[in-house]
Design a protein around this ligand. Structure first.
Ligand code: SF4
Ligand code: SF4
Length: 415
């Protein structure tokens, strides 16, 4: 209860007072749309937060307390809310976009998660375990600095690309996501190849490399801050002017929108998502590619990159430069539907049936395009789409936009 109260600032209070119960947010939420279960309406998911607010902070709090209209949130009650708050919200923000009162329910769910985390109610399997390991080692899968250095060395050798590691000075530092470290290591070769090709000064930093920030989705605010400050210090140590976020939605959300709060002032460098850097390079001629002809593909927008991140145009510019015949899905761009696994939902084991159900919207959309390839710029989405595609027997391939650009670079460059 104390944590809930601490997280309710004026903006959250205003949001909770402003709901006119119109129900429009329900139709925006894939968990409700796919189940018709009223428990999955967005506004219902913040009920414990609202109950705490009405009892302790709202203008009629004494009335609520006097007549027992908003009973104290108990530990037992919180336990029963755990599945709702962690399993049935991917913090996609689609409800926030559609709400006529501009209530950011995704943000309120994030606050509710802080309360649950403080109450020791983060799902241990796997989200809580990953967040714990992240705090101990700096990386959700426990990769140490030395192991990361060795890994980069091996990737460089395997892919024939020069890796810059722990250089004392560099203009650009790329970060990675733990999903890439575990499942898609070729993405690190891709970013190295592209930065070498651009002829910029860059380096990976082993003292701040994993931008995944599992703590953010777990609701561990202190842990979230620790990971972010690690990357900021690494950037400051080498005088970086640009920090590049990997193909990872919530890593971008954290560094672009939250990091300055953790740092206590404006960041002394700019933060770009990798697709934004690629689009910039293609526009100003620092990246040159050999465009293909007639590849029929679609693009899956990661919610944290498009709707919540503002990076919807960049991937489309890249796809045009690659000569791709882009077949857009319905609601593409800012109104896209989540892959089903965002916001840590993919890391909650028991959520799989619900996640698979939510994925059916994406499945129908992808299949309707008739595209042979589904590109995305988020390795979390890539993992969920690959899993869903396997169960749906897709013949189409799920691919990383970053890796595609790296494979298509024109060859007369400095890399
Ligand atoms: S759309 Fe907004 S105002 Fe309407 S019920 Fe949902 S949160 Fe409340
Ligand atoms: S943020 Fe997305 S998943 Fe969560 S309640 Fe809103 S629409 Fe549903």
């Amino acid at each position: 209860m104390r944590r809930f109260i601490a997280d309710i600032g004026p903006a959250a209070a205003l949001a909770m007072e402003s709901c006119v119960h119109c129900g429009r947010c329900a139709e925006a939420c894939q968990f409700y749309v796919q189940t018709n279960d009223p428990r999955y309406t967005p506004i219902h998911k913040i009920a414990p937060l609202k109950q705490a607010y009405e009892r302790e902070l709202g203008p009629f709090a004494f009335v609520y307390r006097l007549f027992g209209l908003a009973p104290q949130v108990t530990a037992k009650e919180l336990e029963s809310w755990q599945a709702l708050i962690y399993d049935s919200c991917n913090m996609c923000g689609r409800c926030s976009l559609i709400c006529p009162m501009a209530i950011d329910i995704a943000d309120l769910v994030e606050r509710a998660r802080h309360g649950l985390f403080e109450a020791g109610l983060v799902p241990a399997d796997y989200l809580g375990a990953l967040a714990e390991k992240e705090q101990a080692t700096g990386s959700p899968y426990g990769l140490t600095q030395a192991q990361f250095r060795d890994m980069l060395h091996d990737i460089g050798l395997k892919h024939g690309v020069v890796m810059h590691v722990d250089e004392a000075k560099a203009d650009i530092i790329p970060t990675v996501s733990s999903i890439d470290l575990k499942m898609f290591p070729a993405s690190m070769a891709a970013i190295a190849r592209i930065l070498n090709h651009m002829g910029v000064s860059w380096t990976f930093r082993t003292d701040g490399f994993d931008a995944d920030n599992a703590a953010l989705t777990a609701g561990d605010r202190a842990g979230q801050r620790k990971i972010t400050l690690g990357i900021i210090r690494a950037a400051l140590a080498c005088g970086a002017r640009t920090v590049v976020m990997p193909e990872c939605g919530h890593a971008f959300t954290e560094m672009r929108w939250e990091a300055a709060n953790s740092f206590g002032q404006a960041l002394p460098f700019r933060v770009v998502q990798i697709t934004e850097l690629l689009a910039e390079g293609l526009s100003d001629g620092r990246i040159r590619v050999n465009p293909g002809v007639g590849e029929r593909a679609t693009y899956h927008d990661a919610c944290q990159l498009s709707r919540r991140g503002g990076a919807s145009a960049a991937p489309r510019l890249i796809l045009r430069a690659l000569g791709v015949d882009l077949r857009e899905m319905g609601d593409a761009g800012d109104a896209n539907w989540c892959c089903g696994g965002g916001g840590g939902v993919a890391l909650v084991k028991r959520a799989q049936p619900l996640r698979d159900l939510a994925f059916q919207i994406k499945r129908r959309q992808v299949e309707a395009t008739g595209a042979g390839t589904v590109y995305t710029s988020c390795s979390g989405c890539r993992q969920t789409l690959e899993h869903g595609g396997k169960t749906a027997n897709w013949t189409s391939t799920v691919a990383s936009l970053l890796e595609r650009v790296a494979d298509t670079l024109a060859h007369n460059q400095k890399d």
